[in-house]
Design a protein around this ligand. Structure first.
Ligand SMILES: NC(=O)c1ccc[n+]([C@@H]2O[C@H](COP(=O)([O-])OP(=O)(O)OC[C@H]3O[C@@H](n4cnc5c(N)ncnc54)[C@H](OP(=O)(O)O)[C@@H]3O)[C@@H](O)[C@H]2O)c1
Length: 298
C-alpha cells in the first residue's frame, strides 16, 4: 500500500471533482497542489514540465519532496455544447490527457485520469463492466474514449483511469443543484424517466480515488456510488429530501430533446473496483441526503 507524497491536481482549483480530490488528498495527509489553467498551460508539455520543475524546487525547499503523481480532473464536460464544438472537446478530452500522459511517462509519475459512462451506448441491459465494448453516442463520449485510448497506448506504468458518472457535489452547477433551484421556483418539473445511470457524489469519488491510489490500483476501473437511478428518480429524491413543494413528473427521452444523444442505461459495474477498496462506496441516496442537507451553503 502506498499513497503518493505530493500530487498535482489539474483542475484542482476550480473543477467540481478536482476540488473534492484536493480535499480528500489533504485529509489523507497527502500534499496536494490545486492547479488551474491560470497556473499552467494544459496544452503545452514544456510549460507543464517547467511548472513541475518549479513545484519540485519549492517542494525540496519546504521538505515536501517532489511531485510523484498527477491527477487530471480537467475535461470539457458540456455534453450538448460539445456536439457543436468537437474540436474544443477533443482538445480537452483527448489531446490534453495524452500530453499529460507523455509528461507522466517521461518523469515516471503516477497518473489518475477520469472518464465517463457515456463511452457506452446504453443498450446492454445490465451494468457495464470495464472490459465491455464501447460505442459512444455523442461527441463528448467519443472524445473521452479517445482520451482513454491515447493514455492506454502510452503504457504509463502507474496509470489509473476511473470511469465515473452523473456527478453531483459542492462548488459547481450540476444536475441535482439545477433541479433544486428550479424546484424552489416552480410547482411542477418534468424529468426524463427512461435513462438510467449511476449517480455519484464527487466527495465519495475523491475518497475512492485516494483509496485506490493507496491500493496501487492501475488500469481501467469504474468508480461510482452504489445503486442505480433514472434522472427522474434522482430529481424526485433530491426534491423530497429538500422538502420542496414541487411535483416531479416523469417524461420519456422524446419529451426532452437534447443536442447530444445519451445512453438509455449506462449504469457501471463496480465488482473489480470493490475488490480493491477497503470502504465500499455508499448508496447514492445516502450521499445525496448529505449533499442536499448542505444547501444553500454549497
Ligand atoms: N460532471 C459529470 O457529471 C461527469 C460525469 C462523468 C464523468 N465526468 C468526468 O469527471 C471529470 C471531472 O468532471 P467535472 O464535472 O468535475 O469537471 P468540470 O468541473 O466541468 O471541469 C473541470 C475543469 O476543466 C477545465 N475546463 C472545463 N471546461 C473547459 C473549457 N471549455 N475550456 C478550458 N478548460 C475547461 C476547467 O479547468 P480550470 O478551472 O483549471 O480552467 C475546469 O475547472 C472529467 O474527466 C469528466 O469528464 C464528469
Amino acid at each position: 500500500m502506498s499513497l503518493p507524497k505530493r500530487v498535482l491536481v489539474l483542475g484542482g482549483a476550480n473543477g467540481m471533482l478536482g476540488r473534492a480530490v484536493v480535499t480528500a488528498l489533504a485529509s489523507a495527509g497527502v500534499a496536494a497542489v490545486a492547479a488551474s489553467s491560470e497556473d499552467v498551460d494544459y496544452f503545452d508539455a514544456d510549460d507543464l514540465a517547467d511548472y513541475l520543475d518549479e513545484l519540485d524546487e519549492d517542494g525540496a525547499e519546504k521538505g515536501l519532496g517532489a511531485v510523484d503523481c498527477i491527477v487530471n480532473a480537467v475535461a470539457y464536460t458540456q455534453v450538448d455544447k460539445a456536439e457543436d464544438q468537437p474540436e474544443e472537446a477533443y482538445k480537452l478530452n483527448a489531446s490534453m490527457p495524452a500530453l499529460v500522459g507523455v509528461v507522466a511517462l517521461e518523469r515516471q509519475l503516477r497518473l489518475v485520469h477520469y472518464s465517463t459512462d457515456f463511452v457506452f451506448d446504453g443498450k446492454k441491459g445490465a451494468p457495464y463492466l470495464p472490459t465491455d465494448d464501447t460505442n459512444p453516442l455523442s461527441v463528448y463520449g467519443a472524445s473521452k474514449l479517445a482520451g482513454e485510448q491515447a493514455l492506454l497506448a502510452l503504457e504509463v506504468p502507474g496509470l489509473l483511469i476511473l470511469r465515473t458518472a452523473w456527478l453531483f457535489g459542492p462548488g459547481k452547477m450540476n444536475f441535482v443543484r439545477r433541479i433544486l433551484e428550479l424546484a424552489a421556483e416552480r410547482k411542477e418539473l418534468k424529468v426524463v424517466a427512461d435513462q438510467f445511470g449511476s449517480p455519484t457524489c464527487t466527495t465519495d469519488l475523491a475518497r475512492m480515488t485516494v483509496e485506490l491510489l493507496d491500493a496501487n490500483a492501475t488500469g481501467l476501473l469504474h468508480a461510482v456510488n452504489s445503486g442505480e437511478a433514472s434522472w427522474h428518480q434522482l430529481a424526485s429524491e433530491a426534491v423530497r429530501l429538500a422538502e420542496l413543494d414541487c411535483r416531479v413528473l416523469p417524461i420519456p427521452t422524446s419529451g426532452y430533446p437534447t443536442r447530444a444523444v445519451r445512453p438509455a442505461n449506462s449504469a457501471l459495474d463496480m465488482a473489480d473496483t470493490l475488490r480493491l477498496l477497503r470502504h465500499p462506496p455508499r448508496h447514492w441516496r445516502e450521499a445525496l441526503a448529505e449533499y442536499v442537507a448542505s444547501f444553500p451553503t454549497i
